[in-house]
Design a protein around this ligand. Structure first.
Ligand code: NIG
Ligand code: FE
Length: 433
């Protein structure tokens, strides 16, 4: 069935980020949003057909205006749909009890080492049925959409057995089919050493390498392979084994690096040619310069630092060193239970010294590159997916300045209006397959 074309008219700022589809933006380029004032966009068949000033677009489509649904964006900010390149979307339950414990002084690692943390969510996720997991994760996705996010990466890692890791990835696949948000899949069997392997973690690494990765790859359940490289979890040597095994089976490496302690995770990311290294709160200067040299994207997660009451990664230093920086929520039940990428962008400014323009680049085109989707989404350019977010603010600086409020008014996903007036409307229009 042919879709009704959509014409978004006369945005006070249309953030295009055009010209960035081939490579992530670095250094000073990260601050160049390529804005069109009084900008308009014509969307057709799920794609962007024309981008320009209102005058240019109206001139080009004057014979077809009656066909289109017109969205007036006067006084508003139009951006590419936001992209979240690092989430633990599929999990069961919440861990507010641990939040309370941390507020009383317990550390994240202490809680994990005593059988809580990731282990607590693993128990809940293992016990949940496919249907339960689907329902809980679907609600999170709805909330992502309300915050302007149109593409989400989703990791497994709360199954920790082949059966339950597959269950998580299958739920993520079904979510991708049934929900408008596009999902990009990451296997993260090496998220924690299960308690029964505490004394012999290499045995668990063997299982991940010899049993889980080959089967996940054979079933085409994931595109990326991630590991929690951290003292007390997986060593750099074990992490390397896991990432190399993934590469051998066609899964591209990602890494949770230098989150709690400096552990040469950034160095490993550069050595192995990871597409991204994520967290990096305690990354070394050497690791940062190696990442810049190899073009490894830093996916920074300042919501995690905020919620763990730790010092954020030094985003400013990384951008100045030439590392392409992306931003993400890290949405998970322990260290960052949020779906608000706009709030994360605000933290990027306030806690990591990034500018309002840089955080927008980091949550759109650079985020898209961090999950190998730079050619499809992340900027507003002819031929790309018609994924667009409209914020009820007059310019991109106000988006950061008026913080803690959801400014999203309209979201368009693959050429269809899915959020209107800040409310979900896609259930009225989408046809399920
Ligand atoms: O990215 N660091 C490891 N994994 C997650 C937290 C997972 C959890 O606590 O459940 C993170 O912070
Ligand atoms: Fe994470």
């Amino acid at each position: 069935m042919k879709q009704t074309p959509i014409l978004i008219r006369n945005a006070s700022q249309l953030v295009t980020l055009r010209g960035s589809s081939d490579q992530p933006l670095t250094g000073k380029q990260m601050g160049n949003l390529n804005i069109i004032e009084n900008g308009s966009v014509w969307l057709e068949d799920g794609l962007i057909s024309m981008v320009g000033t209102d005058e240019e677009v109206i001139q080009a489509y004057k014979g077809r205006l009656h066909e289109a649904e017109i969205i007036h964006a006067t006084g508003k900010l139009v951006t590419p749909g936001l992209v979240d390149p690092h989430t633990h979307l599929v999990h069961s339950g919440t861990r507010e009890n641990e939040f309370d414990m941390r507020l009383q002084g317990a550390s994240y690692m202490e809680i994990m080492n005593s059988g809580g943390g990731i282990h607590a969510s693993t128990r809940a996720t293992q016990a949940a049925t496919h249907e339960q997991l689907f329902k809980e994760s679907f609600e999170r996705l709805e909330n992502f959409l309300l915050h302007g996010v149109t593409t989400v990466e989703a990791k497994s890692g709360y199954g920790l057995t082949l059966e339950h890791e597959m269950k998580q990835l299958e739920v993520a696949n079904e979510l991708g089919e049934k929900h408008p948000i596009d999902i990009v899949h990451t296997f993260m069997g090496a998220h924690a050493v299960p308690l029964q392997y505490k004394e012999e973690p290499d045995k668990f690494v063997d299982i991940v390498v010899d049993e889980m990765i080959p089967e996940i790859a054979r079933r085409k359940l994931a595109e990326f392979n991630d590991v929690f490289c951290e003292r007390g979890v997986f060593t750099p040597e074990q992490s390397k084994r896991v990432l190399e095994a993934g590469l051998k089976h066609g899964l591209f490496p990602k890494i949770h690096a230098d989150e709690i302690e400096p552990y040469e995770g950034a160095e490993l990311a550069a050595e192995i040619g990871a597409i991204s290294a994520d967290h990096l709160l305690r990354a070394s200067d050497k690791g940062i310069s190696l990442m810049a040299e190899k073009g490894v994207i830093a996916v920074l997660l300042p919501g995690t630092a905020f919620f763990l009451m730790a010092e954020s990664a030094n985003g400013r230093k990384m951008i100045d060193a030439g590392v392409p920086v992306a931003l993400s929520t890290d949405c998970n039940p322990g260290s960052s239970p949020t779906v608000s990428l706009p709030f994360i962008m605000n933290l990027g400014c306030v806690k990591m010294g990034m500018s309002p323009a840089e955080v927008l680049t980091a949550a759109t085109i650079n985020a898209a590159h961090a999950i190998n989707r730079g050619k499809e989404v992340g900027s507003i350019e002819k031929g790309k997916k018609a994924d667009i977010t409209i914020f009820d603010v007059p310019n991109y600086m106000v988006l950061q300045y008026k913080y803690g409020v959801n400014h999203v008014s309209t979201v368009i996903k693959s050429g269809k209006v899915v959020v209107d007036g800040g409310k979900l409307v896609w259930h009225n229009t989408h046809i399920h397959n």
